[in-house]
Ligand binder design. Structure first.
Ligand SMILES: *[C@@H]1O[C@H](CO)[C@@H](O)[C@H](O)[C@H]1NC(C)=O
Ligand SMILES: *[C@@H]1O[C@H](CO)[C@@H](O)[C@H](O)[C@H]1NC(C)=O
Ligand SMILES: *[C@@H]1O[C@H](CO)[C@@H](O)[C@H](O)[C@H]1NC(C)=O
Ligand SMILES: *[C@@H]1O[C@H](CO)[C@@H](O)[C@H](O)[C@H]1NC(C)=O
Length: 346
């Protein structure tokens, strides 16, 4: 027992050191330590390639083993960890008995779309998380269960999204599509009634996608080729709080006046674009990133329509560094309007 406590402590110390330790890595790491300590008996149904510790009776650990295929998953398993292997495909049938599966973790493999069976996931009525980042997929796998809430497809080679790929996924809350080759999303997100987080960073978008999910709160569009914003963009998505558009091709001409003057927005990242003016923002905005543009003047009216005791901005963070202005261009009255900003980075 003392050994176990010691091992758990080491696990927690590790957690503190590694900033990017995810919950999944942590669980599997902890489990691996216990396994090596020989504290747990194995489950009889467990595939030879994997570990199924009796202390975690619904988990099957098969990560980081140079596996080239998905082992057959027994029916009582809910969580299957297959990350960091050399898996190229998923054959039909491997999950057929495992209808209780809740998480499938397959990131950092070599999956290609043509080697994923048409119905491998379709019977998993309880599937909640499907993690497929860092593979070689060119399409979203077909017939995904509608129970999924967290779908991760980042760092693949997906160029086209089909409406049929996401049919009926009304419970999806998080969708990661960053670092793919997507040029246009069409109207595929329209049916996502629960989606709050959409990550499409590092793709090839030339415009803000139409028909975003109505409940979206966080929208990540950095590192695309977006040149302009539609005038009604933010009024159409009243739940939107965080909008990140850094490293695009936005110019003043592409920003209709007042497009960002929306009281619900908390954070707006427009850094590393081609703006010459500070756009008008709502007095409720808290974080505004404008570094790396071509801004030449500091316009107080962008933050406060009138400067008096009752009119002031809630802005806390304002970055204007790497532009064409310096500290002496900021008028003294700015301190009344921007009274929550500790200092302005110029
Ligand atoms: C699925 O489960 C059934 C019943 O437990 C079992 O007979 C069958 O062999 C399993 N399927 C596979 C492919 O092992
Ligand atoms: C969505 O979630 C609700 C509540 O958890 C659940 O009752 C419903 O069956 C889910 N829908 C699908 C398609 O899984
Ligand atoms: C921003 O919107 C508010 C509230 O709708 C409005 O009162 C204010 O005049 C607008 N700012 C500008 C510069 O138009
Ligand atoms: C801002 O000032 C204007 C005019 O001075 C005033 O009518 C308005 O109520 C003030 N707005 C707020 C939010 O205090």
């Amino acid at each position: 027992m003392r050994t176990l406590v010691l091992l758990l402590t080491i696990g927690i110390v590790d957690l503190g050191i590694g900033q990017h330790y995810s919950q999944i890595q942590w669980l599997s790491h902890l489990r691996r330590r216990q396994w090596h300590a020989g504290l747990q008996a194995e489950d009889a149904d467990c595939p030879l390639e994997c570990n199924c510790p009796s202390a975690y009776p619904t988990a099957m650990y098969c990560h980081s083993r140079n596996l080239q295929h998905v082992p057959y998953v027994p029916s009582h398993i809910k969580y299957v960890y297959l990350q960091h292997n050399q898996i190229t495909g998923i054959q039909d049938g491997v999950f057929d008995n495992a209808t209780n599966l809740v998480w499938i973790v397959l990131f950092h493999n070599k999956l290609t779309s043509d080697k994923i069976g048409k119905n491998v996931f379709s019977k998993l009525k309880n599937l909640d998380r499907l993690l497929l980042d860092h593979n070689d997929l060119t399409h979203v796998p077909p017939n995904l269960p509608t129970s999924i809430t967290d779908l991760r497809l980042g760092h693949n080679k997906i160029s086209k999204l089909l409406t049929s790929s996401f049919e009926g996924m009304a419970n999806l809350t998080t969708l990661h599509l960053q670092a793919n080759d997507i040029e246009d999303v069409g109207g595929v997100f329209k049916g996502f009634k629960s989606l709050t987080m959409l990550d499409i960073r590092k793709n090839k978008l030339r415009k803000i996608p139409d028909n975003l999910p109505v409940r979206v709160q966080q929208l990540y569009l950095e590192f695309n080729n977006i040149e302009s914003i539609p005038a009604d963009f933010l009024t159409m998505y009243p739940k939107l709080q965080f909008v990140r558009l850094a490293h695009n091709k936005l110019t003043d001409k592409g920003l209709p006046s007042n497009v960002f003057n929306i009281s619900t927005l908390v954070e707006l990242d427009l850094s590393f674009n081609k703006l010459e003016k500070i756009p008008v923002v709502s007095m409720n905005l808290e974080n505004l990133y404008l570094q790396g543009n071509k801004i030449k003047e500091f316009s107080m009216s962008s933050f406060c329509s009138a400067v008096d005791m009752s009119n002031f901005s809630r802005l806390k963070m304002l970055r204007l560094d790497a532009n064409e202005i310096n500290a002496k261009d900021i008028p003294a009255e700015a301190a009344y309007c921007l009274r929550h900003v500790a200092f302005i980075d110029v």
